[in-house]
Design a protein around this ligand. Structure first.
Ligand code: NAP
Length: 243
């Protein structure tokens, strides 16, 4: 079935993975929204199946122009609370005004339904948007992926120290960690976008323990060894693991 999918935050890393996956389906055309199309590669700007709309997140006319004719809009914004909260509300309002039936929120995160306000402040806007979607005339979709493995290994998580080749973690290492990769989450998001019956909360994640995650990633290495002295960080006891 022919479908038109809108992707906001079109210049982002996850958006590019989602678009790549969407275009595997010959019946799909894509409308992308971003503030600076010059960031996009020629393969994207030259594609006859991609239409790009330029605009700031608070430009209501540009937002309405972007969502017109889409069957579903995927929000791939990642930015400050104003963008994630007010920016998404403006995008949702544009969808409602133009009768877009489904909206995939800019979550792609741990299960926000289990986290109280303030426990993970960057995700508070996602909780607001979940409520906002329930109050508007549109079907909201929330894709919960845990942590991206690419983020897991990055400085942001403060888990992996590449200089010392050391992993730090809380607990015993046998607790469940929810995770997936950008690529797998993008394939899943594209499949959800195409499935008109998929609404509400959707889970895409492996549920393995910390040790299993690390062993999967290092499958050709020896089993990890726990260091003798647990280190302390941010007031919590963290274990050290050398690879
Ligand atoms: N669970 C995890 O571990 C994890 C990790 C990372 C991301 N995520 C989620 O994945 C999604 C996408 O992340 P990503 O890694 O693809 O992020 P990214 O590469 O940083 O892309 C962010 C997008 O948001 C746009 N943006 C930022 N500030 C803006 C503003 N003020 N006005 C308009 N557009 C703005 C950027 O546009 P410009 O190019 O113009 O700046 C870009 O298109 C988000 O929902 C994020 O929460 C989850």
């Amino acid at each position: 079935m022919a479908q038109t999918v809108g992707v906001a935050g079109f210049t982002g890393k996850f958006a590019s993975c989602v678009v790549k996956s969407l275009l595997q389906n010959p019946g799909v055309s894509v409308r992308g929204f971003c503030r600076d199309p010059s960031k996009l590669p020629p393969s994207v700007t030259a594609s006859s199946r991609i239409h790009i709309v330029k605009g700031e997140f608070n430009d209501k006319d540009a937002l309405q122009s972007f969502v017109t004719g889409t069957d579903v809009v995927i929000c791939c914004y990642l930015g400050n609370p104003e963008l994630m909260s007010e920016g998404q509300k403006l995008l949702i309002d544009a969808c409602v005004a133009k009768n877009v039936p489904r909206y995939i929120a800019g979550d792609f995160s741990v299960d926000i339904t289990n986290i109280p306000y303030g426990a993970l402040p960057p995700k508070d806007p996602c909780k607001d948007i979940m409520k906002y979607l329930e109050s508007r005339d549109i079907q909201g979709i929330h894709i919960l992926i845990g942590v991206f493995m690419e983020t897991f290994w990055s400085d942001f998580m403060q888990i992996w120290d590449p200089r010392q080749k050391k992993l730090s973690y809380w607990g015993t290492g046998h607790e469940i960690w929810e995770s997936t990769t950008y690529g797998t989450a993008a394939d899943y998001t594209a499949a959800v976008a195409m499935d008109t019956t998929a609404v509400g909360t959707q889970h895409c994640k492996s549920t393995t323990t910390f040790f299993e995650l690390v062993c999967e990633e290092k499958s050709n290495s020896n089993s990890p060894r726990r260091s003798q002295k647990p280190s302390r960080n941010r007031g919590d006891i963290r274990q050290g693991l050398r690879l």
